[in-house]
Design a protein around this ligand. Structure first.
Ligand SMILES: [Zn+2]
Length: 168
């Protein structure tokens, strides 16, 4: 049983990757290492995304799985598994960015309220989900199961990004 746990599996996987990795090695100092991290790749511009905001420390993108239109994530560029791994200054930056995005959503989209969830379980890299909420989105209270994601057209995704950006 134990060798089949997620943590054990990913550690073994990371170790085997380490042997074949080259100069792109990242300083992943945490107990839960994920060398092949999709969010690190997005932060480095190696994987396309719907980008709302970026600076030296964070990137904000639309989640590929939209619970509501505009469902975004703040991703720190410094790879850590959980929020408590970040120094206070970095934590403050992440949450301050989340508030900025929430305010921009309030000002640009016709939303009724906004909700945030700190995560790190699916993709093992700290991220903050920002959910624009609508009275008629049919979701009820959080947590909302990720089976309830909705399909939106590519053009609608692009449009909502531009709308939020205008209010930043
Ligand atoms: Zn990462």
């Amino acid at each position: 049983m134990t060798e089949k746990t997620v943590d054990g599996g990913s550690k073994k996987f990371s170790q085997s990757l380490g042997i074949v990795s080259n100069t792109s090695l990242q300083p992943h100092h945490n107990d839960d290492i994920m060398t092949d991290c999709i969010f690190c790749k997005i932060a480095k511009g190696e994987v396309p995304c719907h980008k709302i905001y970026e600076d030296n420390e964070v990137i904000v993108i639309l989640d590929r799985s939209q619970l509501t239109l505009g469902h975004s994530m703040v991703i720190p560029k410094n790879h850590k598994r959980w929020l408590w791994h970040h120094e206070d200054e970095e934590y403050t930056k992440i949450m301050h960015t989340a508030k900025k995005i929430a305010n921009a959503m309030r000002d640009s989209l016709k939303i009724d309220w906004v909700e945030m969830v700190v995560a790190g379980m699916g993709v093992q890299h700290t991220h903050v989900h920002i959910l624009p909420r609508y009275d008629d989105d049919g979701h009820g209270e959080i947590p909302i199961p990720n089976t309830k994601t909705k399909e939106f057209k590519e053009e609608d995704m692009k449009k909502v990004v531009e709308e939020i950006k205008k209010s930043l």
